[in-house]
Design a protein around this ligand. Structure first.
Ligand code: NAG
Ligand code: NAG
Length: 812
């Protein structure tokens, strides 16, 4: 403590300073009484500070102190205060801490003796140590943590630490304060031991969700001047209680999803928050049972809230779903929300096509626009994905038309022709407009049915056929063929002979036509010498309704056969009479005796005649001109030559084989007629001649007998044939095709190639037309003698003419 007085000019200041000094002196002096001095000093004075002047206060002088060897005696060894002998003052030797010396004891004093020798003197000195406020209140901990449940009710108390202040008295701890005070207040409590401490009392309820930690400061103040304080942090942790329900972030969650999304696809994530903490904030998500059958299709992750696909989502079955979701915390508090899921159509359905009706086959003459098929097309998808278009190949003569929304008809667009295209494969393609689009194909196999729109066509414009004369009746001459582009009955061709006149009679007397094969058959045997050629027309008719037909002309040319022997016109052969050519004996070499004149009714080579001398009485005398038939002498006639000369000349045609005739010529070599006559009288009685005559008579008799037997058999055969023919008609019915029928009056021939017998032919045709029913009988005399090889050929033709052995009766 320093007292400073400043003597400045102001009087009033001086006086106040004086009064302060007086008070100070009074304090010290009061303690000096009866050799006992008391001093009071504050603690913590600096070393050397003067505590008191004992010379004054004890009434001693400095010399006495020196002489008496004054010193301080303390009972304990510590000397806080020393004696300055020179000055007679007590000074502070060591730091004096009241709290160390006395703690809480008051008053706190130091007691010691000042000892003087010569004479011995004892003076007791008391120094009271006064407290100064040198300590602030101190809390043992830096901070205090207190956990408070958020549900704690107001009034709840929480004890706090006490602060310590070693000072005493006013300088000791006086009061506490707490800041802030919005939730808590302080309360001083004195317990039964008299111990004072503070409590914190909850004023208003806490809410962890609002503020989880409250940081308070507890301050302790002492009563010093100025006061000192100490503080401690009070951390109030509000402990969570499950006082909040989970809350979904949205009342409704909306999501759209394409159908057919794979399992596990996350659709939407629901989220509920719970303002509580820790376990109280753990939310579990679930579907509520009210969601119905959608529960099978979706899944919810209990912890993340992810809603995923768990089944097959088909837009065609269900377009939208509503799910009710719940969030539950550990304490069982709940919130619920809705999830609206809308499916988006994906083009996952191909169009489906069904044929309602189908006209098959369709006739080739159907008019354009004829309906062939009706179709129904469906697509389960919606919107563009379900819009379907039907198409067909544009090359086809058909088109597809939409009649109503889902119905289509397939109609013809052009005229059809079965002969060009008998069948169509119509592929109908239904395509939807999705992206990518689906399509379906359907193939209709349409057959075009035939209509008789094509007439038969002959292969050629006209035909020429050749036949040898003397053919066997019934022989096949030729065959015509026609074709028809239609099919079935419309292409079944029958051939007919047109009824034209040939040589003034019906053509059917010459020719018949096989209805099925188109074969042209000779009805009779032709004779080139009578008819060289003729024309017929053959008609081909199909089986359509109505039938179509065409005709063709066939020229039939009859070819010559060497069937006529040459006929000698001169010299005339007159049975018994003898004619002789005269040759005078004087005739020169090359004298023309006579000329053989012959003709042949055949033609060509068959009528080309040559002459040969066959026999002669004297071969050296005559010759015959091979070409002209002139008989001339070769040498001079002599007297030795017989009068009667006989020549046989053969006239031969050039046919293959050739035919011939012989002529006998009598030549008389004489100069006068009587000479001749005498020589020739035995001519008629020629032995050869008589032999021949007998032969001819026998032959004539045989022929007559033969003819008689033949006639009898012929009559019987005709009867028999008529009876059989009636039976045949009865069996076959009326609509038989035309079959040439050869009656039994037909003779076989021997294998020699030579016709040896007489034949009668009767040819009958069973047709439905009267006019083709003909009978032709060939006179037997015409074929009596036939030596040619063409007989073999004729036989072959006859066998081809469908003659069977049981339809032929052999006649001898
Ligand atoms: C139509 O299809 C059938 C079977 O696939 C086939 O046999 C026939 O040849 C086809 N016809 C045409 C004209 O392509
Ligand atoms: C034969 O055909 C021609 C056309 O080719 C026709 O003019 C004629 O009338 C037909 N004849 C008969 C008899 O049908």
């Amino acid at each position: 403590m320093a007292v400073l007085c400043s003597f400045d000019a102001r009087k009033s200041r001086y006086s106040s300073c004086v009064s302060f000094r007086l008070l100070f002196v009074l304090v010290f002096v009061l303690t000096v009484a009866h050799g006992q001095v008391r001093y009071s000093i504050p603690e913590e004075m600096n070393k050397g500070s003067v505590v008191g002047n004992i010379v004054q206060d004890l009434g001693l002088d400095v010399k006495r102190l020196k002489s008496g060897r004054a010193r301080i005696f303390t009972e304990d060894s510590r000397e806080y205060i020393g004696l300055n002998v020179d000055r007679g003052t007590l000074v502070v030797r060591e730091r004096i801490d009241r709290e160390e010396l006395c703690a809480q004891v008051t008053p706190c004093s130091l007691h010691f003796q000042i000892i003087l020798e010569n004479p011995m003197e004892l003076h007791r000195i008391d120094v009271e140590i006064l407290d100064i406020n040198d300590h602030a209140p101190v809390f043992a901990r830096k901070e205090i943590n207190i956990d408070v449940g958020e549900l704690a009710v107001p009034g709840a108390r929480f004890s706090l630490d006490n602060a310590q202040d070693p000072d005493v008295g006013l300088n000791a701890l006086q009061k506490y304060t707490l800041n802030p005070t919005d939730h808590f207040s302080l309360k001083d409590v004195t317990d039964s031991d008299g111990m004072k401490y503070v409590e914190m009392v909850l004023k208003t309820p806490l809410d962890r969700e609002e503020k989880e930690q409250h940081n308070l400061v507890l301050s302790a103040f002492d009563g010093g001047s100025p006061p000192k304080s100490g503080t401690v942090k009070v951390n109030v942790n509000v402990m969570d209680a499950n006082d909040n329900s989970p809350v979904f972030s949205q009342p409704v969650y909306r999501a759209s999803l394409s159908e057919n999304s794979p399992k596990g696809t996350v659709i939407v994530t629901v989220n509920a928050s719970d303002r509580d903490k820790g376990a109280n904030a753990d939310v579990v998500y679930s579907f509520s049972q009210s969601s119905g059958k959608a529960l099978d299709l979706f899944n919810i992750d209990a912890h993340t809230g992810d809603i995923t696909v768990n089944g097959d989502l088909d837009f065609e079955k269900n377009k939208q779903f509503q799910l009710n979701v719940e969030a539950t915390d550990k304490g069982g508090l709940k919130d619920s929300s809705k999830v609206a899921i809308e499916l988006v159509d994906v083009n996952d359905n191909a169009p489906v096509m069904s044929v309602i009706s189908f006209s098959n086959p369709v006739a080739e003459d159907s008019a354009p626009g004829t309906v062939i098929a009706m179709l129904n097309v469906k697509d389960l998808d919606s919107g563009k994905n379900g819009q379907v278009k039907c198409t067909i190949d544009s090359n086809l003569p058909f088109k597809i038309q939409q009649s109503t929304s889902n119905f289509y008809s397939l109609v013809t667009e052009r005229v059809l022709d079965r002969e060009t295209t008998p069948e169509y494969n119509i592929t109908i393609r239904a395509t939807d407009e999705g992206s990518p689009s689906f399509s379906t194909n359907k193939t209709l196999q349409l057959k075009i049915s035939d209509v008789n729109d094509n007439a038969p066509v002959f292969q050629r414009q006209s035909y020429t056929a050749y036949v040898m004369e003397n053919n066997t009746p019934g022989v096949s001459i030729f065959a015509v063929t026609a074709s028809d582009k239609d099919s079935g009955n419309n292409a079944r061709i029958s051939y007919f002979l047109e009824d034209v006149l040939v040589n003034g009679v019906s053509a059917s007397t010459y020719i018949s036509v096989h209805a099925e094969s188109g074969e042209i058959l000779a009805v009779r045997s032709f004779d080139y010498e009578q008819t060289k050629e003729f024309n017929i027309r053959v008609k081909a008719q199909d089986g359509g309704n109505p039938p179509l037909s065409s005709n063709v002309s066939v020229k039939i040319i009859i070819q010559d056969q060497n069937d006529n022997a040459p006929q000698v016109l001169y010299p005339v052969q007159t049975g018994g009479s003898v004619v002789a050519e005269m040759v005078p004996r004087s005739a020169d070499v090359g004298y023309l005796v006579t000329k053989v004149v012959a003709v042949d009714v055949d033609s060509g080579q068959n009528a080309w005649l040559s002459y040969k001398l066959q026999k002669a009485t004297d071969r050296a005398l005559f010759e015959v001109g091979a070409q002209n038939g002139e008989i001339r002498t070769v040498r001079q006639v002599t007297d030795k030559d017989a009068v009667k000369q006989k020549l046989t000349v053969v006239v031969e045609d050039n046919g293959q084989p050739s035919r011939s005739a012989t002529v006998n010529i009598n030549v008389a070599v004489a100069d006068s007629f009587p000479e001749v006559l005498s020589e020739f009288t035995d001519f008629t009685h020629d032995k050869d001649y008589n032999d021949n005559l007998t032969f001819y008579l026998v032959l004539a008799l045989a022929v007559v007998s033969f003819l008689f037997i033949v006639s009898i058999i012929a009559i019987l055969s005709v009867k028999c044939y008529r009876w059989r023919r009636e039976r045949l008609f009865y069996k076959s019915g009326a609509n038989l095709p035309v079959i040439p029928y050869y009656p039994p009056l037909y003779a076989d021939v021997g294998g020699t190639g030579t016709l040896q017998h007489v034949y009668n032919y009767e040819v009958c045709r069973t047709t439905d037309s009267r006019k083709s029913d003909l009978k032709y009988v060939r006179p037997s005399s015409e074929s009596i003698i036939s030596l040619d090889t063409s007989g073999t050929q004729t036989l072959t033709h006859a066998q081809r003419g469908k003659l069977t052995s049981d339809s032929v009766d052999q006649v001898r």
